[in-house]
Design a protein. Structure first.
Length: 532
């Protein structure tokens, strides 16, 4: 599979815990990669977690794919055995019988061809086996996996379907790489020509790479899509593969996008036959010279949804997600499932979320919480994971606070236990008072300032310093009319990211006087950290 990842932030260094902020520049703290000398092939690619249905549901979906249903029906039909020729092919009269068995009342050439395509796949998947008897006859018999497949055993069905998916994926790229002029000409001569063969192999590799990259992008797009919004216009998919991030396509890129759409369209159609994708092909009438007739698209009018769909759409199905994830894992990528962290303890959960970015953090937290019976015990685990003053600790506390909100009042006993903790006390008092705990005093001034810096630091790290909620938080700082006095307190806060927070305030605050005082305070904080 392709190693491209257009949607996700770069990973933070995995060994960051325990190091001081002074060991990093701001870009490193934000999680940026390390510059021009880095080998792109060595850059970690973060694959977004996905949620897959249970294996039983996936297996049912696989058996419902018409091509798979025909393959299974043919394997059942050959029992106890059927005569075949020396190549494992059915005799002409049995081909028509097989087509009728698959539902064709009066099978013509097209129906027989479709039946034989299913027969070939059944043989390739060993769901039908061919051999020779003692008297020299050639027969076909059901493969040994047929009973388990017919019984709906998830492992057997998904194994069969995935083997079929690998075949179809390979054949789709192979079909796209074949030059029609070669097919119509002397195929044997082309095959014997070393240069011609090399060209075919290069074209196959290129088509396979394009298809893999498209599937990777679809996988990520599906992971980030809202439920019901997973369908991607073919032009958008092609643009994601052609246009660099942050750029607008120029005329040359638009031409490449069109060419890529035409290349992808038939390959995606092949995958749709096996249920990897739902695919609406490009309307062939769009290629007619006169695009202003009643069937064409009037380019002088706004494009309707229906007109846009005529340029092709594609949606990766749950089966397709299952297959692409298997291919990514086989290529060495970490392709996690949402809920993979549910069996870890609280500190390990928060460490994983802090190290791997905010992708699907909320579903991971919900899955973890759903696996816990006692909210107070769950809160204790999370609060234990929120302690520390290393680089990633503000992010751990951020996710701890999100999880406490999910737990609700049941977490209160555990939160009360840490109201005097140097790192969690401010957070705990705020959380309890927000829920009406009248017996809990507000944090002391030092704890409140530490909490303010900590919250800003978490947002700074989570957003890589690029927007998000950070400008709003900066604007809401209680600076009053005397910013020098306020920041005179802040720069002394013994937080690991005080310097970076003050620099961010200096960059983002819209009041020039406030921004200037924040930058001056950052210089003092940096000097204090150097002395410490």
């Amino acid at each position: 599979m392709a190693g491209r990842s257009r949607f996700t932030p770069d990973q933070q260094p995995s060994d960051a815990e325990g190091l001081l902020p002074a060991d990093y520049d701001l870009a490193d703290l934000y999680g940026a990669q390390s510059g021009d000398d880095e080998d792109p092939d060595d850059t970690a690619v973060l694959i977004p977690p996905i949620a897959l249905p249970a294996d039983r549901e996936l297996a049912d979906a696989a058996l419902a794919v018409p091509l798979i249903a025909r393959v299974v029906a043919l394997a059942r039909w050959v029992a106890p055995h059927r005569p075949v020729d020396e190549h494992g092919d059915l005799a002409p009269e049995d081909r028509a019988t097989a087509a009728r068995m698959l539902g064709a009342e009066d099978p013509g050439e097209e129906e027989i061809v479709e039946a034989m395509r299913a027969w070939a796949l059944a043989c390739d998947l060993d769901l039908v086996e061919t051999g020779t008897t003692e008297d020299g006859s050639h027969i076909a018999i059901p493969g040994p996996d047929l009973p388990a497949v017919e019984a709906g055993d998830p492992a057997a069905v998904l194994g069969l379907w995935f083997d079929a998916a690998e075949l179809v994926r390979e054949l789709a790229a192979e079909a796209e790489s074949v030059d029609p002029e070669v097919v119509e000409g002397d195929v044997r001569a082309a095959a014997e020509d070393p240069d011609g063969l090399a060209e075919v192999e290069d074209a196959h590799d290129q088509a396979a790479e394009i298809l893999d990259e498209a599937l990777h992008v679809l996988y990520e797009a599906t992971a980030f899509a809202e439920p019901g919004a997973e369908t991607v216009p073919l032009g958008v998919l092609a643009a994601l593969l052609v246009v660099p991030d942050g750029q607008e396509p120029d005329e040359e890129m638009l031409g490449e996008i069109t060419d890529l759409m035409v290349v992808l369209d038939p390959m995606l159609g092949d995958l749709a036959e096996l249920g990897l994708v739902e695919h609406r092909p490009i309307d062939p009438e769009l290629f007619e010279e006169d695009d202003q007739d009643e069937e064409g698209v009037d380019t002088d009018q706004p494009l309707t949804d229906e007109d846009a769909a005529r340029f092709g759409t594609v949606r990766l199905t749950p089966l397709g997600q299952y297959a692409v994830r298997e291919w990514l894992i086989a290529d060495g990528f970490d392709a996690p499932l949402a809920g993979d962290l549910a069996d870890r303890d609280g500190p390990a959960l928060l460490r994983a979320l802090a190290e791997n970015g905010s992708l699907f953090a909320e579903p991971e937290l919900k899955a973890w919480l759903a696996a816990r019976e006692d909210p107070a015990d769950a809160a204790r685990e999370l609060l234990a994971g929120g302690k520390g003053r290393d680089v990633q600790s503000p992010v751990r506390r951020h996710y701890c606070l999100v999880a406490l909100g999910e737990l609700g009042d049941g977490a209160a006993p555990a939160v009360r236990e840490v109201i005097d903790d140097p790192e969690l006390g401010g957070l705990a008092r705020e959380w309890l008072r927000a829920r009406g705990a009248a017996d809990v005093d507000a944090p002391e001034r030092s704890a409140a300032l530490w909490r303010t810096v900590d919250a800003l630091a978490a947002t700074l790290l989570l957003t890589a310093g690029q927007g998000g909620g950070l400008p709003a938080m900066v604007a809401e700082l209680p600076v009053t009319d005397n910013p020098a006095s306020y920041f005179g307190e802040v720069w002394r806060v013994p937080h690991p990211l005080t310097v970076e927070v003050l620099e961010a305030v200096g960059d983002l605050h819209l009041d020039r006087k406030v921004a200037k005082e924040a930058r001056r305070a950052a210089i003092k904080a940096r000097s204090l950290r150097a002395r410490g």
